[in-house]
Design a protein around this ligand. Structure first.
Ligand SMILES: Cc1ncc(COP(=O)(O)O)c(C=O)c1O
Length: 395
């Protein structure tokens, strides 16, 4: 909830801010929307589901007429699995572009599905680029789909989705996008990327609570998906069919989460949609990055690759720095930060999404300064190995 002074109300119960990429800090209005019970078969809830699907499609702008929206119960990974299992035919083959944990999880999902895939693994964060994807597609005509992670949340890098989608279409293949942590705050132009399907979830940039995800897919792809799925509960075609015919979810929907999500969608619209939400997150990021750099911290990524979603900082080289201690001191000051996921050097992450603004991010920087001083860390600069690692993505 944005008050008249354009300040965001702090969590009313005094709980710490979640500087994590979902679950994230939600508004009181979102939490309050969960105080009522709804009958899953009742017309009122059917109307809520319809409204939610329409509002999500509206975020696509002018290209939306070819698309439909299908919610799926569960967390984001359920939706990724549902997307891969429903849109990739059993004799299809996916090129999975990985530069972090979520790309690798998609590859693991393909293993579970027992369907053909090729993995381009760029390591902890280096972005997959159009020319290398074009080369792989030229060498392997069996590949039918390419899976792109929009924001790879494990490092915070914003991958070059448009560049990659361009070469995928030029090679006559289909694009699938995991935009879990970016949808709603980072533009994803449907006319440019022409994705067959993409997924996101309730507890990311729309700022709802966890409980379901949603797939936005071309209507012709939804029709063609019949019979592809390996799973009864993750069959997107069947869920879509039931939503279209009966207006309801196939199995028990997370009714309270949907009610909360509708409140979150209204707030998203009031904030100015993707542009307004992305603008606030970008300011959050800029304030925290500048403040942390002033303290001596270094980011993993150069500015052009930084997403407005989450930022990876290297842990200081100082022997006095200990991540768990830093975490606890930040929590004591009201901020829950996130451990890093880099395999080569130690790092931690600070999320920029959720009900927070620049004022909050300034307090995050102050808390970090106090935590360093309490730990006796005089210099927050990272070890040379971290800076050497960073040179790999100098561009
Ligand atoms: C890009 C991306 N993909 C997939 C997931 C998996 O979502 P979940 O942890 O909700 O299953 C996440 C979670 O943060 C993510 O950021």
């Amino acid at each position: 909830m944005v008050s008249e002074k354009n300040e965001i109300e702090p969590p009313r119960l005094g709980e710490p801010y979640l500087l994590t990429p979902g679950p994230l800090t939600t508004s009181y209005a979102v939490k309050e929307a969960m105080l009522r019970d709804w009958g899953s078969w009742d017309d009122d809830f059917r109307a809520m589901t319809r409204k939610m699907r329409t509002q999500l499609l509206d975020l696509l702008g002018s290209g939306k007429s070819d698309y439909d929206c299908v919610p799926i119960q569960g967390s984001g990974s359920y939706c990724v699995e549902a997307m891969l299992g429903s849109f990739v035919p059993r004799d299809g083959k996916v090129l999975v572009l990985a530069n972090g944990a979520y790309g690798l999880r998609a590859a693991q999902t393909m293993e579970y599905l027992g369907r053909a895939f090729k993995l381009l693994d760029k390591g902890d964060y280096l972005p997959p680029r159009g020319d290398e994807v074009a080369e792989i597609l030229a060498d392997d005509p069996a590949i039918t789909h390419v899976l792109i992670i929009h924001c790879e949340t494990s490092s915070g890098i914003l991958n070059p989705v448009e560049e990659i989608a361009g070469v995928v279409h030029a090679a006559g293949r289909k694009v699938l996008i995991d935009s879990m942590s970016a949808f709603g705050a980072v533009p994803l132009d449907v006319e440019q990327t022409k994705y067959a399907a993409m997924v996101s979830s309730s507890n990311k940039c729309i700022e709802g609570v966890p409980g379901f995800g949603f797939v936005i897919a071309r209507t012709d792809e939804l029709e063609a998906a019949k019979g592809n799925s390996h799973s009864l509960s993750l069959d997107i075609h069947a869920q879509w069919d039931t939503l279209e015919k009966k207006g309801q979810w196939r199995f028990t929907p997370p009714t309270h989460v949907v009610a909360a999500f509708l409140a979150a969608l209204d707030a998203h619209e009031k904030e100015g949609g993707v542009e307004g939400r992305g603008g606030r997150y970008t300011r959050n990021r800029d304030v925290v990055v500048e403040g942390m750099r002033n303290l001596g911290f270094e980011t993993l990524l150069a500015d052009r690759w930084l997403s407005p979603i989450i930022v990876t900082f290297f842990c200081p080289a100082s022997p006095a720095f200990e991540f768990q201690k830093f975490y606890d001191l930040m929590k004591d000051r009201g901020f829950i930060i996130y451990p890093g996921k880099l395999t080569v050097v130690d790092s931690f992450r600070i999320g920029c999404i959720g009900q927070m603004d620049e004022q909050v991010m300034r307090k995050v920087v102050t808390a970090a300064a106090q935590a360093l001083s309490e730990m006796g860390v005089n210099d927050a600069s990272p070890p040379q190995a971290a800076l050497d690692e960073r040179k790999k993505l100098a561009a």
